[in-house]
Write a protein that binds this ligand. Structure first.
Ligand SMILES: Nc1ncnc2c1ncn2[C@@H]1O[C@H](COP(=O)(O)OP(=O)(O)OP(=O)(O)O)[C@@H](O)[C@H]1O
Ligand SMILES: Cc1cn([C@H]2C[C@H](O)[C@@H](COP(=O)(O)O)O2)c(=O)[nH]c1=O
Length: 685
């Protein structure tokens, strides 16, 4: 999808990192984030090592204990920490938290007991709770408002981007200590000691950087207050749970999260069982995050022709299948490779889910929805980590003997298999819940997408012409632009059929009168949907399909997406039902390109000169829902859509549309004609 607007033509201003105080804070954040990830990996590994001699069950529970100790402070003390960030000097709060974290982490190898690992995990997270809101509240003090989004993107980048770096660093440091220990048996340090030393140092560096950051004001300009996590979850579900698609997305994302949590929770014990030490554990951790990063970046591009909703469900199902393979294959190298694939599937699902939620949820609720999602993810992760370690430990170690063959099947294998099952079920539910191409077989759709094509049903006879549709709310300028496009295409030598819905056939004209006459109030939503579908069936059979088969270019003002937006979202009919009826009415005929002219309803309705018809006279919320659905449809199939800002001047809009249409136009003079005409001698003078 390409979105054009004034912003696109503006000159790109310099990077937010040019701002020296922010750069310093950002460096501190990066160092701290690296330290945080090293801390999680090193403490879980240390807990596993300290309890390894007590058997599989104790070891698994011990690792789970670290995760629980790390997650509890956010749930118990989150709001308190936010209030402190508001009341105290933020610079000193951050420096104090850094020094405290340094002291606690540095003490861990010295004390060297499991109990202290648990207490230290809890204390480090408590200090984190004060550091993070103080940092979040500081960013707007250092960065101008128009740069905040860019600054937040950079923060997110280091928060997650440092995870694979920390995991790789941990693997290398563990391998180095392992080699030194092997070379000089008197060397008594644990493989995790070096990682914890680097971790403690990272907090000290951050303290020094922030201490010298005098630009942080003492007075406060922004209040940061966080309601308790559980309250956010309960309140959040109240407004998210009622939205069918958002509900599907949230369930799908949490399923993927829970499956990922299952891997993280048992990774240490599983890697130990496969004969891998701390370096192997670091490699698995690194693989998850590398895969996630790759999935977020490449996933949506790889299967660009698949609708976003389908891609979301498919990614979760594939994550489940990969997790099942991880659970059953007893080979560390293969497990690391499969973990990259698992991460890629989860990353793809996460980024699509996040994007679709952003588009599905209206502006005023978006912030709450995202914080609800984050809180729910935290609670889910805590429960999953606590439950999987306990469950794996209780199930214990087992050897399955079949004939001469023995197969090890421990609690970790079982947990991973259950995680896989959960992901597959959730993925299938997400596909069923939000499928936007009912009637189109998913397998064929997926294989076509892998070849970079879009699969269509029934419409199998090769169509010679190009099919372009215009969509948008009332007064957005579709009629104007479809006319201008038809004129331009004819100028280029194309045979063009310009048409519209409803009302482009004899029967269609009568249906249009019924549908739009303001006197016909009280028409039921289902009848309305069926009448629009009837008009479309007639239109496709009598006008559009024959024109395409003749090789004409069809430019159509409104098509199926109008029914999805007006009858589906506007009238709140089940979108699957509307899609199914229309897939049947059109025999699955889809446009090659859909131009969505996007304008706020208040602007479009103000443009209308004639008295409002039955649909135009609907209330503003109806038109807002319609606009919202059009934008979500475009986001879910970005390759088929061009979204244009309809408030731009008409000629600018036309130019943007022509640029996009040019990309999909066939040659106006077919190859064989050119060959034939090429044999005719040129006439001179
Ligand atoms: N880019 C634009 N800027 C300002 N006015 C515009 C623009 N495009 C079209 N208009 C004007 O807005 C009015 C509606 O345009 P048009 O009929 O093309 O919209 P439409 O989307 O087909 O409307 P509807 O389908 O709801 O009847 C017309 O008066 C038209 O001249
Ligand atoms: C195709 C289609 C249209 N509508 C609505 C949208 C508009 O209010 C009118 C069509 O009027 P226009 O001036 O020709 O744009 O009908 C709809 O609700 N559902 C549909 O499928």
């Amino acid at each position: 999808m390409s979105t054009h607007g004034r912003a696109a033509t503006r000159r790109r201003p310099p990077n937010v990192l040019v701002n020296a105080p922010f750069r310093r804070l950002w460096t501190a954040m990066s160092v701290c984030s690296l330290g945080d990830w090293l801390n999680i990996i090193a403490l879980t590994a240390l807990a596993g090592n300290l309890t390894a001699a007590s058997g599989f069950q104790t070891q698994t529970l011990a690792v789970g204990g670290v995760f629980v100790a790390k997650m509890l402070p956010a749930i118990l003390l989150g709001p308190l920490a936010g209030a402190v960030a508001d009341r105290f000097d933020r610079r000193l709060t951050m420096v104090g938290a850094d020094v405290a974290r340094f002291a606690v982490v540095a003490s861990i190898p010295l004390v060297g007991s499991y109990q202290w690992v648990i207490i230290a995990s809890f204390l480090v997270e408590c200090a984190n709770l004060f550091w993070v809101p103080a940092k979040d509240a500081t960013v707007p003090n250092l960065v101008p408002r128009e740069r905040l989004e860019e600054a937040n993107r950079l923060n997110l980048l280091v928060t997650y981007g440092t995870a694979p770096v920390a995991a790789a660093l941990f693997a290398v440091l563990s391998a180095v200590v392992g080699m030194i220990s092997a070379a000089s048996p008197g060397f008594g340090a644990q493989p995790t000691d070096l990682a914890l030393a680097v971790n403690a140092l990272a907090y000290l560096v951050s303290a020094a950087l922030i201490f010298t950051l005098r630009e942080i004001p003492k007075g406060h300009t922004l209040r940061v207050s966080t309601p308790p996590v559980l309250r956010q979850v309960i309140e959040g579900w109240r407004f998210v749970g009622g939205e069918r698609v958002v509900r599907g997305l949230v369930i799908g994302m949490l399923g993927a999260f829970a499956a990922g949590g299952a891997v993280v929770g048992v990774a240490k014990a599983y890697v130990s069982a496969l004969g891998g030490g701390d370096a192997g554990y670091g490699a698995v951790f690194c693989a998850v995050f590398l895969g996630m990063g790759a999935g977020m970046f490449f996933g949506p591009r790889l299967l660009g022709a698949l609708s976003r909703r389908r891609m979301f469900g498919v990614a979760i199902v594939l994550a489940g299948v990969t997790l099942a393979a991880i659970a059953l294959i007893h080979n560390l190298a293969l497990v690391v490779v499969l973990t990259v694939v698992l991460g890629a599937c989860a990353g793809t699902a996460w980024i699509i889910g996040y994007t679709l939620i952003g588009l599905e949820v209206e502006d005023g609720l978006r912030g709450r929805t995202f914080s609800f999602l984050q809180s729910l993810a935290r609670v889910t992760l805590l429960l999953v980590l606590a439950v999987v370690s306990a469950f794996a430990g209780l199930f214990g170690e087992h050897l399955l003997v079949v004939g001469d063959m023995t197969y090890r099947f421990d609690g970790t294998n079982l947990v991973l298999l259950l995680g896989a099952l959960l992901a597959v079920v959730v993925g299938v539910l997400a596909l069923r819940h939000m499928d936007d191409r009912p009637g189109v077989p998913i397998g064929a759709d997926l294989f076509a997408a892998l070849r970079g094509e879009r699969f269509t049903v029934e419409d199998e006879e090769p169509r010679a012409g190009l099919f372009v549709t215009f969509e948008g709310g009332e007064g957005s300028g579709k009629t104007t632009q479809s006319r201008l496009l038809a004129i331009w295409l004819r100028d280029q030598g194309f045979d063009v059929v310009q048409t519209r819905e409803p009302g482009s056939t004899k029967i269609g004209m009568r249906l249009r009168a019924i549908l739009l006459d303001a006197a016909h109030q009280g028409l039921s939503a289902r009848s309305e949907a069926l009448l629009y579908a009837a008009d479309r069936a007639e239109h496709v059979e009598k006008v559009i399909r024959p024109a395409l088969q003749r090789g004409s270019t069809v430019v159509c003002d409104r098509y199926v997406d109008s029914s999805l937006a007006y009858q589906g979202a506007g009238r709140t009919l089940d979108p699957d039902d509307v899609a199914r009826v229309n897939a049947w009415a059109t025999g699955g005929l889809l446009p090659d390109l859909t131009v969505l002219i996007d304008v706020p309803p208040s602007v479009g309705l103000r443009r209308m000169a004639s008295p409002a018809d039955r649909i135009e006279s609907e209330p503003m919320e109806f038109h807002e829902r319609v606009r919202h659905e059009f934008r979500a449809l475009a986001a879910a199939a970005p390759d088929r859509y061009l979204v244009v800002d309809g408030t731009l001047p008409q000629d600018e809009i036309s130019r943007i549309i022509q640029d996009r249409v040019r990309e999909v136009l066939p040659d106006p003079v077919p190859g064989e004609t050119e060959a034939a005409t090429g044999t005719i001698p040129a006439i001179r003078d």
